[in-house]
Design a protein around this ligand. Structure first.
Ligand code: BG6
Length: 487
């Protein structure tokens, strides 16, 4: 018998703002990513005050899942997916975010998407908030720094749990909630905290103006989200005893750059701050011991309202989900160069290779992290994002030979199997961007993760035609053999 349990949730993962499009359809309102322009590996995205004529906004059409969802889900069915991670775009249900009643067209759309999944025996895993705060809440309320957002979010959650009862059993509250611990994208995508200007360059490139960042405001917003998440967990359980709710972390594996104790302590601090600050609140129901030191060092005060500690205690999650793409190292030696990585940067690792976007590739790190997380939290884990962003070449006959992506996935799945043998309880694996979609970091199409290719380029041109890559057929075999056939 193989390592993977019989009911292992194999599948793929997406987010509405990167996949769906239909920005003006079905009564949808604008979300924060709808005012973010396209960028590339070398040019930043911009966040603008409303929509400016001179720019291309990639979320507006994305890859048009809004009109292609039947075809896309049929392809997932063909691959044998048991799970499809997607997000509901908050602004399809509440276009401004503070309405009293949801938009019926939005409800009908998602009901139809979930029903389509069920047709193929695919379990939807729904991220409630994947960087998709209503723009109105960002603009008029100042985003999550405003405690009023908790109530708007809970209204939205209550609608989801009521309307999709029986259709959805697996939920994630906030995508990569810990992104709020970092500057630009933490503010923007995590917190819906907008820069003051009309047109601001933002993104993952070094050297951008971050003077509008305010740590006190960010950590306040994060506290509000942690409270909102805990209340949503409790609400989901009360709405349906079959609901399982997870948190979602941007995992950060940081090795000491050398065995100097200074580097070991630095790496430990990175791991504590990036993973355990939020993870412990979600799983254990309280901030960890080191949080006090962190707040003191940063000179910030968390606005804990009466009742918040009880809310956090009562709203602990059923499982921990996370994204894992790469690892980094930590040192207090400033001469060691910084490497790119998924939103959070660290120093490069001289023993490991990097992707075309400079992300360190580290399959063994996944086994290490799974052991770390399970050892600390002892509740089921799920990898809800992993994959390789790469440029693909379409051959003349239309085929796409993405053996680099297959190799990446194979090595990570092998390490997952080893972690399960180590005793880790792993529920599932959803590969990121199973259908090519817009990159969150750079806002481009050229960085492709998909097993299904979509004909669309960085300028927004293309037929939107879907084609199966070699990885499509490979993953189909993996799922069919429950992780045994990785050939
Ligand atoms: C995660 C996000 O941080 O990484 C996704 O949850 C994102 O939304 C993914 O797309 C990959 O990052 P990128 O920048 O390559 O799209």
């Amino acid at each position: 018998m193989g390592a993977f349990p019989k009911n292992f949730l194999w599948g793929g993962a997406t987010a509405a703002n990167q996949l769906e499009g239909g920005v003006r359809e079905g009564g949808k309102g604008l979300s924060v990513p709808d005012v973010m322009t396209g960028g590339t590996k070398t040019s930043p995205r911009h966040v603008t005050d409303g929509i400016l004529g001179q720019y291309h906004y990639p979320s507006h059409e994305a890859v048009d899942f809004y009109h292609h969802y039947k075809e896309d889900i049929a392809l997932y069915g063909e691959m044998g997916f048991r799970c499809f991670r997607m997000s509901v775009n908050w602004t399809r249900l509440f276009p401004r975010g503070d309405e009293a009643e949801p938009n019926p067209q939005g409800l009908a759309f998602y009901r139809s998407v979930f029903a389509e999944c069920r047709k193929y025996g695919i379990e939807p895993l729904v991220t409630i908030s994947h960087y998709e705060l209503p723009y109105y809440l960002a603009k008029e309320y100042g985003g999550w720094a405003n405690r009023k957002l908790i109530a708007f979010f809970l209204k939205y959650c209550e609608t989801l749990f009521r309307e999709f009862k029986g259709l959805v059993h697996y939920w994630l509250t906030f995508n990569e909630i810990n992104i709020l611990q970092m500057g630009t994208y933490g503010n923007l995508m995590g917190g819906g905290i907008l820069p003051p200007g009309e047109d601001t360059a933002v993104g993952v490139l070094p050297g951008l103006d971050e003077s509008w960042d305010d740590e006190q405001r960010r950590y306040t917003a994060l506290h509000h989200q942690l409270v909102a998440s805990a209340r949503a967990v409790k609400m989901a359980h009360e709405a349906d005893a079959d609901n399982k709710v997870g948190c979602m972390l941007l995992s950060r594996l940081s090795y000491p750059y050398t065995c100097r104790p200074e580097d070991v302590l630095k790496a430990q601090k990175v791991m504590q701050t990036a993973n355990y600050y939020c993870g412990d609140v979600h799983v254990r129901g309280a901030y960890p011991a080191f949080a006090g030191r962190l707040w003191k060092e940063k000179g910030i005060v968390i606005p804990v309202a009466p009742g918040d500690p009880e809310i956090l205690r009562e709203g602990t999650v059923d499982f921990v989900s996370f994204s894992y793409y790469s690892s980094s190292t930590a040192t207090d030696d400033p001469t060691v160069p910084v490497a790119n990585g998924n939103m959070m940067r660290g120093q490069a690792n001289p023993y490991l290779e990097q992707s075309q976007w400079g992300w360190t590739i580290d399959p063994k790190g996944l086994r290490y992290l799974l052991n770390e997380f399970y050892g600390r939290w002892q509740i089921p884990l799920m990898i809800v994002e992993n994959g390789l962003g790469a440029e693909d070449v379409v051959e003349e006959d239309g085929s796409i030979h993405d053996e680099y992506r297959i190799a990446y996935m194979r090595e990570h799945i092998e390490e997952m199997a080893r972690a399960i043998e180590d005793g880790v309880e792993l529920m599932g694996y959803t590969v990121w961007g199973c259908t090519d979609l817009v990159s969150a970091g750079t806002g481009e199409m050229a960085k492709r993760y998909g097993l299904v290719y979509v004909d669309k380029d960085n300028a927004g041109q293309g037929t939107l035609k879907r084609s199966k890559k070699d990885s499509f057929f490979w993953y189909q075999k993996v799922i069919e053999s429950n992780g045994e056939d990785l050939g």
